[in-house]
Design a protein around this ligand. Structure first.
Ligand code: AMP
Length: 253
């Protein structure tokens, strides 16, 4: 049996009571790893650069191994712009390449830039009009039940791409699951970690890291998933929240 382990932590009370989101994490592990993984999540929530959590929710649920989808990781590449404006322009260009209209990408970047508090999940916007589709307000849609299939092999592969940090590792897993959803055109993200200023645009075509997309010290971050018009939103949300996914190293050939 495998176990989905999900953590969300807030300060000033639980998220649903208006607490500020501090940290979240998603893993899929075997029985032997449960104790260490839940302990590490607690520690992360108590020592986060966004502040010390006073509410931590860790949920453990069994997953039948035969329900897991295996997906090859998106291939990462980095496009560096010297400052925020140029980096966001690159994000818009990448979103356009992926099939997001200029109006929708502008709406998405504006929505992220105007967040006064970080959300726990992502906003779903129409890739054509930029209209919000999920109706989840400040909570957004949280992608769950995902992890790396072979941790050590993945680490070696990431290092070969010149990447080692935990942000990229976790974001690549999430972006790979999201990009595989039917109806998802692209994703844009920047972190809510004040010390981490690299964001990304991801789509089925790949994962483009974008350094300098937000100012150093900013504790607001978020994610927007752009959805093709006429998609089944309930089916997309169900896949994002429920479908277990393990991400594998892509075939190098
Ligand atoms: P992070 O990349 O962990 O710094 O997260 C940046 C932002 O992305 C958070 O503030 C959330 O709005 C969003 N986010 C983080 N994790 C998830 C998730 N599992 N599903 C959807 N959105 C997420």
């Amino acid at each position: 049996m495998l176990y989905s382990v999900r953590m969300r932590a807030a300060q000033g009370g639980a998220h649903e009571q208006g607490g500020t989101h501090i940290s979240g994490a998603e893993r899929i592990v075997c029985r032997e790893e449960l104790a260490a993984v839940t302990a590490a999540m607690q520690e992360r929530a108590l020592t986060h650069s966004r502040g010390q959590a006073d509410f931590i929710n860790i949920k453990v649920e069994a997953i039948a191994p035969e329900t897991v989808h295996y997906l090859a990781a998106l291939r990462p590449l980095t496009r560096t712009a010297p400052e925020l404006g140029a980096s966001r322009a690159l994000a818009q260009a990448e979103l356009y390449q992926a099939g997001v209209s200029p109006a929708a990408s502008q709406a998405g970047l504006k929505a992220l830039a105007e967040l006064s508090d970080s959300m726990r999940g992502a906003m779903l916007l129409c890739a054509q009009t930029g209209r919000r589709l999920d109706g989840r307000g400040n909570r957004g849609v949280r992608v769950s039940r995902m992890d790396i299939s072979e941790q050590d092999e993945f680490t070696v592969w990431l290092l070969k791409q010149g990447l080692s940090n935990i942000h990229t590792r976790e974001a690549l897993v999430l972006a790979t699951k999201v990009a595989a959803a039917e109806g998802v055109v692209a994703e844009v993200c920047w972190s809510d970690d004040p010390d981490y200023t690299t964001g990304y645009v991801a789509s089925k075509a790949g994962y483009v890291r974008l350094p300098n997309i937000k100012p150093l010290g900013l504790p607001q971050g978020g994610r927007v998933f752009f959805i093709a018009p006429d998609s089944d939103i309930a089916a997309i949300i169900s896949y994002l929240e429920q479908q277990p996914v393990l991400v594998t190293v892509p075939d190098e050939r």
